[in-house]
Structures are given as structure tokens and as C-alpha cells.
Design a protein. Structure first.
Length: 237
């Protein structure tokens, strides 16, 4: 008898797909019972924002473990709770009245990222291995040829960032992190062909397009984290 020494991957618990799957199952059950004239599905479908609350709580749970995605979890939790309270307690709040609160969240998130957040702990910012780029109603281009690239911090507000990392390299067995934050803006990131791109950023009414070709050896990993709101991020070789 032989035994395998392959490590078993550690699961993070329920994923976002679980919540979405349960929501789809619940909708299917409601429509089935409605077609059998046992219930009126409209009486229960009005509580669909509870799914957003569950999604936000799940993301906050994951953020408490790895420090990533707390902003997205808080966003879903607040929006879902607000819509649910409006239906249950019949409290009507004009969106224009709470829009300044949205600006507070956005500004606070930018301040948090400016002080380093979870990404910068003991990194030495030499301008090549780790750098920051900010584009507000304009464009910025950065290039790095560091052979020990650690990551960068990109912010685009009604602007664009063009980042060229094709001459850079990541130390084998390690990973670099690019933290993106785009509002009505776009980012174009070019990476070498021997990098493996892992996308963890959250798009809200936006998109992240990974056009890179997966390499044969996954010993150089680039992680894309952050948030894209009504904007776009493109990664390519």
C-alpha cells in the first residue's frame, strides 16, 4: 500500500458562488410553488436584497482572514441592508441624501490605501520594485525593469494608467501584488509571458479582462486586487 504526500488544499469556506447558487435555487423553488398555486412568488421575491446582505457578510468573513475584499463586502452589506430596510420598515431614503456617504467611503478607502493598507508592510520602495501611480482626469504611464518586482498601487479617477512590466521579473516562488482602484477610469497592464495572473479585484459595473497566456511554470505569480467601479482593467502580454 502506498500513500501520497500531496498536500490537501485548505478551503476558505463557502464562496460567493455558493450564495449565488442558493439564490438561484430559492428563486426556482418560489416559481415552482407559484406555478402550483401554493404561494404568490411576488410576496417573497421582494426580499431578494437579503442575498446581498449574505454576500457582503461572506466577503467580510473572508476579509477578516486574509485582509482582502473588506471594502466590497461592506458595500454589498450596506446596499443590501438599506434596500431590505426600505421594504420591511417602509423607510424611504432618497439616494441623493446618502450619496455624500458614498464619497466618504471612497475617500476613506483612498486614505487607507495611501497609508499602505494590507499591501505595504516591510517593502522597500525603490521606485522600481514597488511604485504608485495616480491619474485624475488624465493619463499616466509607468515602466519597471526590476528583477525583484513586488507590486504597485494604481489609482485612476476619470483617467487612465498604462503600466509596462514586460522587462520586469518576479523572484521565483514568490508573488507580486498590484492593487487597483478605478472609478470611471481604465488601466492597461502589460506583463511578461512567464507570469501567472490571479485576479482578485472586485468589479462593480465595470470589468477586468485578462488576455494573458498562462505559462507552463507557475512559479511567478501576479495578484490583481482592489476594486473597479464603472471602469475597466486589461491585462495582456
Amino acid at each position: 500500500m502506498t500513500t501520497s504526500s500531496t498536500p490537501v488544499p485548505v478551503r476558505r469556506g463557502p464562496t460567493v458562488q455558493v450564495i449565488l447558487g442558493l439564490m438561484i435555487v430559492a428563486v426556482g423553488v418560489l416559481f415552482t410553488l407559484d406555478s402550483l398555486e401554493l404561494i404568490d412568488a411576488r410576496d417573497y421575491l421582494a426580499y431578494w436584497p437579503a442575498g446581498l446582505v449574505a454576500l457582503g457578510m461572506l466577503k467580510l468573513y473572508h476579509a477578516s482572514r486574509d485582509g482582502r475584499g473588506w471594502f466590497g463586502g461592506l458595500f454589498f452589506l450596506v446596499v443590501g441592508a438599506w434596500m431590505l430596510i426600505e421594504h420591511v420598515i417602509y423607510i424611504r431614503v432618497d439616494a441623493r441624501q446618502i450619496f455624500p456617504l458614498f464619497l466618504v467611503f471612497i475617500g476613506g478607502y483612498m486614505v487607507w490605501r495611501g497609508f499602505g493598507g494590507q499591501q505595504r508592510r516591510d517593502r522597500k520602495a525603490d521606485g522600481s520594485s514597488y511604485f504608485s501611480a495616480l491619474a485624475v482626469m488624465g493619463g499616466v504611464g509607468r515602466r519597471s525593469s526590476s528583477q525583484a518586482f513586488q507590486g504597485c498601487d494604481l489609482t485612476a479617477i476619470m483617467g487612465g494608467c498604462e503600466i509596462d512590466l514586460r522587462q520586469a521579473s518576479i523572484a521565483p516562488g514568490t508573488q507580486a501584488v498590484i492593487d487597483v482602484f478605478a472609478i470611471w477610469g481604465g488601466m492597461d497592464i502589460k506583463v511578461p509571458e512567464d507570469w501567472t495572473v490571479v485576479t482578485k479585484a472586485i468589479p462593480l459595473m465595470g470589468g477586468i479582462d485578462d488576455k494573458t497566456r498562462p505559462p507552463q511554470n507557475a512559479d511567478k505569480v501576479l495578484v490583481i486586487s482592489g476594486m473597479v467601479i464603472m471602469g475597466g482593467v486589461t491585462l495582456k502580454n
